[in-house]
Design a protein around this ligand. Structure first.
Ligand code: GLC
Length: 584
């Protein structure tokens, strides 16, 4: 099968005259022979985007929490890694009840991370290095410390300020029962009761996540106006795009009906309702008014590929994370079917696919791929399951070459380039994730993938914080990370870091990877995924436990493991190769 997804024919209007221009300096190394103006314009179609989780990236001021100073120090590292853009998880003023996904003020940087002028400097420095910047926007909710919510809470029932949220009287004789039985994604009821101005028990408010994250009422035009203004604020500051948090959830059934979570109605009372799309259509107009247009990237967790694709229609988002790919086990048939379904869904709307292996919400893939069941599901994190990290690491290398060779955008979660695994032995009293606390530990939560990065040295904090830091890293690092620091891996071609650098440079340089051609190659071996891209570029991944044959008339460009036998044409288990066709 060859796919040639529709390109930008039906894309949104281009920038209007006089629109704000991005100061990005185009990196010389991006240009390739067939890098057309339109491809360049739509950089997100094949960009490699690195996720920075600011709390855990690098601590510049020694308080044990990462910050913008730390990121600025390591920008050259990110440029050298070879990524095209950086996505920052929220860095705004926040009480940090959900690690910044509880935003108190979008127009301020949390003092723990720095300030607005430092964010401006960071964006400018990143642009100088050819790195684009994506910031995180959280439309479903704000912090309970946001000025709007404080005002709404204090104003009391019936106040206009309460219409920005979902305040409702309780059920029962004295309103002592929540308005409905909806449950929070983080565990426990999705409602919290407030006190009236006179101190008596009052109305309840809806929070689909933690109580510190009240849901916004998107039927109120002020909510829409404010978010569009926030987008402009960051686009004006130079952000090249936004990542849209929990993008399927902002629209609610105003009746707030109860439902059986085991068989929810269609449409669902708060997931993927049709009216959510009007939000993103308006955002697309905001993004399209800039020159170059800014990118909208959605966090769209939906099992139905047709519904998923609705978010990527030509007048909505540009691209969205491919969680089906992330969730898939390390299994050739399962991955092939996700890849095919991805192409079909995206081609139907002319959008470019993405390929995602890890992020700040899921078990790191070195760990997942080292387990007997290598699939991922929030409901079953498989914490503490027997894990073969050597196998997981081997597969992670093979997975990188496979994913980087597919047409579309690619996401890297900080630390995967160092081969980090999920840290599973964080003591309960050090765990911070509200999921852990709200489920009483039944769900171990996400701290294990958020442990501060090891940069250098032999022991914690491994250069995460400067010498003489006043506090240890906010989550404990494993003592045995000394050989996983960036410093220990630097200059070693066989290290995970060396491999990432080589693979990313190879992807950039490879002509055949900068168009959207894709053809599966026939193979008699069910353990193998093999495909051809343009310009005679071939990728073969052996996902089985047995050796496979390398295709004839090809030479090896890059292999994920050292044992590929080019003479005997043998590809070992859990290994991928990039090949180039040669004349037979
Ligand atoms: C998204 C974020 C996650 C956050 C949640 C609530 O899923 O990725 O980290 O907790 O939304 O904002």
């Amino acid at each position: 099968m060859t796919i040639r997804p529709v390109r930008a024919g039906s894309a949104p209007p281009c920038a209007e005259d006089g629109a704000v221009t991005s100061p990005i300096k185009e990196p010389a190394h991006v240009a390739t022979a067939n890098d057309t103006a339109s491809q360049h314009h739509e950089w997100w179609r094949d960009a490699v985007i690195y996720q920075v989780y600011p709390r855990s990236f690098a601590d510049g001021d020694g308080d044990g929490v990462g910050d913008l100073a730390g990121v600025r120090q390591h920008l050259p590292y990110l440029a050298e890694l070879g990524v095209d853009a950086l996505w920052f998880s929220p860095w705004y003023a926040s009480p940090q009840a959900d690690a910044g996904y509880d935003v108190a003020d979008y127009r301020r940087i949390d003092p723990m991370f720095g300030d607005l002028s430092e964010a401006g400097a960071l964006i400018a420095e990143a642009h100088e290095l050819g790195l684009r910047i994506v910031v995180d926007i959280v439309p479903n909710h704000v912090s309970d410390q946001h000025a709007w919510f404080r005002e709404a809470r204090e104003a009391g029932p019936g106040a206009e300020a309460r219409d920005l949220f979902w305040f409702r009287p309780g059920r029962g004789t004295d309103g002592e029962l929540p308005p409905n039985e909806w449950q929070s994604v983080f565990g426990g009821p999705a409602w919290t009761r407030t006190a009236n101005p006179d101190g008596t028990p009052g109305e309840w408010y809806l929070h689909l996540f933690a109580p510190e994250q009240p849901d916004l009422n998107w039927n109120n035009p002020k909510v829409r106006e404010e978010h569009e203004s926030v987008l402009r604020f960051w686009f004006d500051l130079g952000a090249d795009g936004v990542r849209i948090d929990s993008a399927t959830m902002p629209a609610k059934d105003p009746e707030l009906p109860d439902f059986d979570p085991a068989s929810p109605p269609v449409p669902h009372p708060y997931i993927d309702r049709d009216d959510v799309h009007s939000i993103y259509r308006a955002w697309r107009e905001v993004a399209a008014a800039y020159s170059p247009p800014r990118a909208l990237i959605g966090e769209v967790w939906l099992a139905d590929p047709v519904r998923f694709a609705h978010y990527l229609r030509p007048d909505e988002m540009h691209t969205a994370f491919n969680f089906d790919y992330l969730n898939s086990p390390w299994d050739p048939a399962a991955l092939r079917s996700v890849i095919d379904a991805t192409f079909d869904a995206h081609a139907s709307v002319g959008a470019a696919p993405t390929w995602v292996l890890s992020n700040h919400d899921v078990t790191r893939h070195v760990t997942r791929y080292g387990r007997a069941d290598s699939s991922y599901g929030h409901a079953l994190r498989q914490h503490g399951t027997s894990t073969d990290l050597a196998l997981g690491t081997r597969r992670a290398r093979a997975a990188l070459l496979l994913a980087l060779a597919l047409p579309g955008g690619h996401y890297i979660y900080q630390g995967e380039e160092l081969g980090l695994w999920e840290v599973e032995d964080i003591p309960a009293e050090r765990r911070q994730d509200p999921i852990f606390h709200r489920t009483g530990g039944t769900d171990i939560g996400r701290d294990g993938c958020r442990v501060p990065l090891p940069w250098s040295g032999q022991e914690p904090p491994f250069g995460f914080s400067p010498a003489g830091a006043s506090a240890p890293p906010w989550l404990p690092q494993p003592a045995d990370w000394a050989d996983h620091t960036a410093e220990a891996q630097d200059g070693r071609a066989d290290s995970m870091l060396g491999f990432y650098r080589t693979a990313l440079a190879g992807r950039r340089a490879e002509q055949g990877l900068h168009n959207e051609e894709f053809t599966w190659l026939p193979s008699d071996d069910p353990g193998v995924l093999a495909f051809e891209r343009g310009a005679g570029f071939v990728c073969v991944a052996n996902l089985s436990a047995a050796p496979a044959a390398l295709p004839a008339d090809t030479e090896v460009v890059l292999a994920s493991g050292p044992e590929v036998d080019v003479t005997a044409r043998v590809l070992p288990p859990d290994t991928s190769v990039w090949l180039r066709r040669v004349r037979g």
